[in-house]
Write a protein that binds this ligand. Sequence first.
Ligand code: BMA
Length: 331
Amino acid sequence: MSNTHTTIIGPALPNIPWQPRPANSEAVLWRYSENPIIPRDLLPRSNSIFNSAAVPFQGKFAGVFRVDDTRRIMNLHSGRSEDGIHWTLSPEPIAWECADPELAKFEHRYDPRVCWLEDRYYVTWCNGYHGPTIGIGYTHDFEKFTFIENAFLPHNRNGVLFPRKIRGKYAMFSRPSDTGHTPFGDIFYSESPDMIHWGNHRFVMKPKGWTWQSTKIGAGPTPIETTEGWLLIYHGVLTSCNGFVYSMGAALLDLDQPWKVIYRTAPYLLSPQTLYECVGDVPNVAFPCAALADAPTGRIAIYYGGADTVTALAFTQVDLLLDFIKANSEL
Ligand code: BMA
């Protein structure tokens, strides 16, 4: 039972995808019973569809999806859904409008996040530009997409925008990294007056020794504003003798100074345990990139990639999650 009454600060989303927690389950985060929601071969030329972002759009849902094609080229596709569960994806990758042709040079694009901010949907993703960095663009309609700029020099990944300005500035998390399968990584916070120039970099969190989050961590979905702070769902990586294991945890951050961590889960919330999380192109990966929230009920639906192959859904409830974070926190 819940002790607190945390309120999500945000709109109502009465049609949020939802399934109650299974009877007899004490999970803080429970999987959708029909997972995965998107199979790897939804498109004729898709090898895998995972690590993707969904948002409410015109009473329904839209999103930006990571599609690795059968050449194993990583790119972004737009998608639409009536219910947030059954998706139709555009068979062709997003064709970004770029004011500077330098930005149009394609290496790879992956792990998108989508964030409604002020008057448009911003998209951030890992953009290949002489190594991975954070690309930022926007769309109003999920048809025309405009590339703004690369936020940082390479190498960086997991760029996640806040859904409103903080201290008068746009705000973003990122995770400085390297060219490869980075064996380290802390989360940093940066501010911008214009979405182009980023500075005032502040350290947020680092990995924790010999735990599920000991190798590297990275922000997941757009942070959810609550009466108690920003709720950040993030991924953490452990290096086992068989390679990386990607799990999910959560933290609560100060509303005005989000680099200040108030609580952080010592145990994971969800780790790769089902077949579609443990078996695929990269085994043992649960990688969250989006969350929908319904403020009046506190319901939260999390979209995550399974084993770098498919897209899955999990659910939680804000009071339940906040109680768990507080009762199981280690900073
Ligand atoms: C990270 C990113 C993610 C991927 C994960 C596991 O470095 O490339 O897209 O899910 O590795 O392979």
